[in-house]
Design a protein around this ligand. Structure first.
Ligand code: PNS
Length: 158
């Protein structure tokens, strides 16, 4: 069984994340959408909130599931016997950081690939931070977050 990990902060999940998750799920048998829990980073949403929003958003994707991890992503990927880590790439600005992460992870475990999917053209400008800023200032976030969780996210940031 080919397992892939799609990691992220998902604070909150956006339509761009779901686009990557849907496309990646078609390319593997099991896709684990893994929320990185970092005690040094102060997220806006709790791990539980991020998890519930993700679970609601991916309910229609039969081979995708949500999990959480702490510590090194590569160790988590190894524990889950994943063949690859899959991430979305938006603009050139993502590239430098993502390349560094991919190369470090490759150094830590030669056997686990990092696979990048180019973000959909409609989502290349989109980030969780932008959603947070829009939502907390009364901006319209329809289409920027999955329909299933639009009301939850609006209520959270209002
Ligand atoms: O959505 P994000 O904020 O880009 O997600 C970042 C995440 C969680 C994927 C990243 O911070 C991560 O991999 N954290 C785990 C720690 C780790 O393994 N770092 C890379 C090795 S130096």
């Amino acid at each position: 069984m080919k397992t892939w990990i799609c990691p992220g902060s998902f604070d909150p999940v956006t339509s761009g994340h779901i686009d990557i998750i849907k496309r990646a799920a078609k390319m593997c048998d099991r896709l684990i959408v893994a929320i990185g829990i970092n005690d040094k980073k102060a997220p806006f949403l709790t791990a539980g909130e991020r998890r519930r929003l993700l679970e609601k958003s991916i309910a229609g994707i039969p081979n995708a599931e949500v999990d959480e991890f702490q510590g090194l992503l590569i160790e988590y990927a190894r524990k889950m016997e994943a063949a690859a880590i899959v991430k979305g790439l938006r603009a050139v600005s993502d590239y430098e950081y993502e390349l560094q992460m991919a190369l470090l992870n490759k150094r830590l475990d030669e056997g686990i690939e990092t696979i990048f999917l180019m973000s959909g053209i409609n989502f290349s400008f989109l980030s969780s931070r932008a959603v947070r800023e829009l939502a907390s200032n009364g901006g319209d976030i329809r289409g920027l977050v999955p329909d299933e969780v639009l009301d939850d996210i609006m209520a959270k940031y209002r």
